[in-house]
Design a protein around this ligand. Structure first.
Ligand code: SAM
Length: 197
């Protein structure tokens, strides 16, 4: 609970006082590549969507998209950006908590994206998030995670390992592939079982 309040305060302050360094207005090439292999339509979920850049990217491709973030300011900005981009009809932004996904009416989902959210949740938060996401994702859904590797020197309680991803998601997801490089942030590609779908 304290962890969650501190995180909320941390993100509120960053969004209030500066343009966060992650808020690049650019969809990463890994996501663009993935969408070349996905169906043309579906429902996508962006967990910790920030100002909605990737939601708008997916909506422009024709997907219905839900973005969720627990800070109001980026959610307001995401709605504005979606309107300006002409995809307000295809996007739905929830001011809410990714550890309480059961509370929202999120449609069955074929693609989920987490860039920088899961890796900062508390151990219980990660479990709640995984249980909620498991219920929303349809068989065969692809789920991409971008996460920091744990770094003891950072002083921040963030980071995720492939072992933790296996423990959190292994029962219900296959790990399609993952990066294993000496760089701070790594991508992971998962698929909801059965994986032949
Ligand atoms: C590093 S930022 C990345 C934002 C966005 N994915 C991007 O790449 O621009 C992480 C985001 O997760 C959100 N977040 C963190 N914990 C959350 C939670 N429990 N529920 C909802 N959003 C959360 C933060 O407010 C922040 O916008």
């Amino acid at each position: 609970m304290i962890h969650q309040s501190m995180r909320k305060l941390f993100f509120s302050l960053i969004y209030h006082f500066q343009k966060p360094r992650w808020d690049t207005n650019q969809t990463p090439p890994e996501v663009i590549e993935q969408f070349k292999q996905l169906p043309k339509y579906g429902h996508a979920l962006d967990l910790g969507c920030g100002t909605g850049t990737n939601c708008i990217y997916m909506a422009r491709l024709g997907w219905q998209v839900t973005g969720i973030d627990f800070i109001k300011k980026p959610i307001r900005k995401a709605r504005k950006k979606a309107k300006q981009a002409g995809v307000a009809e295809n996007t739905h932004f929830i001011h809410g908590d990714v550890t309480q996904l059961d509370q929202y009416q999120i449609p069955p989902t074929q693609f989920a994206l987490d860039m920088g959210c899961l890796h900062g949740l508390s151990p219980q938060g990660r479990l709640d998030y995984a249980a909620g996401l498991n219920k929303i994702l349809e068989p065969g859904a692809v789920y991409m995670i971008l996460a920091f590797q744990p770094a003891e020197s950072s002083g921040l309680n963030i980071g995720l390992t492939i072992e933790e991803i296996r423990a959190l998601f292994g029962d219900h997801f296959c790990i399609l592939k993952y990066e294993d490089d000496p760089k701070p942030q790594l991508w992971y590609w998962l698929k909801k079982k059965p994986c032949a779908v």
